[in-house]
Design a protein around this ligand. Structure first.
Ligand code: ZN
Length: 252
């Protein structure tokens, strides 16, 4: 008998049972969902250290509204290299969640990621709390631009109609979240029977705040490291989100 793996297996069967018997699941995910696709978590200690060393500023500063306005070209230099990952593919976590939605069990994915990988995996209802690299707007006339327009601009991307600066539809520091996305997220959580939280340390706003709207039956947390909510959840799985979800969903 292996004492180390047994508790995990017990929790995985618990999660299996919870998913099997629910048709109103909501998933709330963070950067850890995409690290398995090779997208680094720039908020991690290592990420922050690396960014500061390479660019001379911590990521919080470079990704602030003020920095965007005052040093737009530097912002885009950082943004294009460190935040846009067009070549990355969804991993097991994304595919398992898409499958759960297809089965009619998962009602919404609420994500803090901006990489669009849930949609690439086939998910339909994806609430992007921090926006998406795939949507870009002229700040003056609001014309929409694809990511390619941003990526092909040599300096800061400009609007082809009015010459205004094109900004990614990504929530920067000092900016508020989109009300519509936030309201839909709160509603989905309030109505959910099961809330699965994964790949987030729950230290970052707004994920932590959203949990309090949950009044369903089972709160599940899947994360590699500790979180402040470890004692408050019904099922705690210390593991890789992709492996766990893949194992559970493929045996449904
Ligand atoms: Zn314009």
């Amino acid at each position: 008998m292996n004492d180390k793996t047994d508790p995990i297996n017990k929790q995985i069967s618990q999660l299996h049972h919870i998913i099997e018997t629910s048709e109103n699941i909501v998933f709330l995910g963070g950067a850890g969902v995409s690290t398995g696709s090779g997208i680094p978590d720039f908020r991690s200690e290592n990420g922050i250290y690396r960014t500061t060393r390479l660019y001379g500023y911590p990521p919080e500063k470079m990704l602030s509204r003020t920095f965007f306005q005052e040093q737009t070209i530097k912002f885009y230099d950082f943004y294009k290299k460190e935040l846009v990952h067009q070549d990355k593919a969804p991993n097991d976590a994304h595919y398992a969640l898409a499958r759960l939605e297809e089965m009619g069990k998962l009602k919404a994915i609420i994500t803090q990621n901006i990489d669009g990988l849930h949609q690439k995996a086939g998910s339909q209802v994806v609430l992007e709390l921090h926006g998406s690299i795939y949507r870009n707007y002229c700040m003056a006339c609001h014309r929409f631009y694809e990511l390619s327009h941003v990526m092909m601009s040599k300096d800061e991307p400009r609007c082809l109609d009015c010459g205004g600066i094109v900004k990614p539809d990504v929530v920067l520091y000092e900016e508020g979240l989109d009300d519509d996305v936030l309201n839909r997220s709160v509603k989905a959580i309030e109505e959910a029977d099961v809330l699965i939280i994964g790949g987030t340390s729950l230290n970052v706003y707004p994920a932590a705040g959203l949990i309090r709207y949950f009044n369903g039956n089972n709160l599940v947390l899947i994360n590699k490291g500790d979180t402040p909510y470890d004692q408050q959840v019904d099922v705690l799985i210390r593991g890789d989100i992709g492996k766990v979800l893949d194992q559970v969903v493929n045996s449904l």
